[in-house]
Design a protein around this ligand. Structure first.
Ligand code: NDP
Length: 285
């Protein structure tokens, strides 16, 4: 059984980005810039933002922190987003969600210039993904695809089952897997809470992608021998973090599996940095 090490893969990607940025800056190019907008004092968001800012610094990306009070109004927030859209030294804009009550996240995400939408949440980038056009892809599904590529686990011609249909994970992941190209070309089934026989669907999978948010829900009897399991779920339990798969049981039957923590999680930040560097490359070329 192959344990897919997202932590190490993320480290390698961040190091590749750091080298690229350092080489370009050594030749006089400006460093990539990421505006990080955090509104309010949600403790989990503060941790995420701190981790993202630290990862930026390590890769040579300048982060512009905008940490605003929870009392910030919609107009003020939109004005800040417009300012970041205009700034030539900002390549990416990250708006940390959720926003405090009273602020319209959808309207704010729509205000972000799609060319700086490194989270890939803007409808233009979602549309681009569905049309197979270049654009920014949501970081978690992009991280999953990167793991498949780096571990040479191609779902081409295989049955892929995605459990979860959220806008930020399940749906874009299903689209990425089904599209033409290397490490794609899968025959994809999307499952959700109204799927009548989830176990039967999962047993059918050569590649199983779990993005449900249900601790240890998928057990060994629900998977086939030799399956590749990518577990996106991050669940807090009294015993610590765990994924959507019952790791002990499922890993005994799997050909390859991601652990939680240390699987898909660390890839999300790496993809945020990768998207920021991609934007910077296009802007400074
Ligand atoms: P959502 O809650 O938005 O979506 C969960 C999906 O799972 C829904 O489509 C839901 O179906 C489906 N689902 C829930 N229960 C069942 C069930 N019993 N049977 C079948 N389907 C079910 O979550 P997200 O997509 O935002 O996140 C999913 C998981 O991934 C979470 O654990 C989250 O913490 C984690 N995550 C990890 C990230 C990372 O960096 N690794 C980043 C983002 C998320 P329905 O639509 O019918 O309600």
């Amino acid at each position: 059984m192959l344990l897919i090490d997202g932590k190490e893969t993320s480290r390698v990607i961040r190091e590749e980005l750091r080298e690229e940025v350092a080489a370009a800056c050594g030749k006089g190019r400006r460093a990539p810039g990421l505006a990080v907008i955090l509104v309010g004092e949600d403790p989990a968001s503060e941790v995420y933002v701190r981790n993202k800012e630290r990862a930026c610094a390590e890769a040579g990306i300048i982060s512009f922190p905008y940490h605003l009070p929870a009392s910030t109004g919609q107009h003020e927030l939109l004005a800040l987003i417009h300012e970041c859209n205009r700034r030539a030294d900002v390549d990416g804009i990250l708006l940390q969600l959720p926003l405090p009550c009273g602020l319209d996240a959808q309207a704010c995400l729509l205000a972000i210039d799609p060319a700086k939408d490194v989270d890939g949440f803007h409808p233009e980038n979602v549309g681009r993904l569905s049309l197979g056009l270049p654009g920014f892809v949501s970081c978690t599904p992009a991280g999953v695809m990167e793991l498949l590529r780096r571990y040479d686990l191609s779902p081409a011609g295989k049955k892929a089952v995605v459990v979860g249909r959220s806008d930020i994970v399940g749906k874009p992941l299903a689209m990425l897997l089904a599209r033409p190209g290397d490490y794609a070309n899968a025959t994809v089934t999307i499952c959700h809470s109204r799927t009548p026989d989830l176990a039967a669907e999962c047993r059918n999978a050569d590649f199983l992608f779990l993005a449900m948010g249900r601790p240890r829900f998928v057990t060994a009897d629900m998977v086939r021998e030799g399956v590749v399991v990518i577990d996106v779920g991050i669940n807090r339990t009294p015993e610590g973090l765990c994924g959507d798969a019952d790791f002990a049981g499922v890993s005994a039957k799997a050909r390859a599996i991601t652990p939680v923590p240390g699987g898909v999680g660390p890839m999300t930040i790496a993809m945020l940095l990768k998207n920021t560097v991609q934007s910077w490359r296009g802007r400074t070329a």
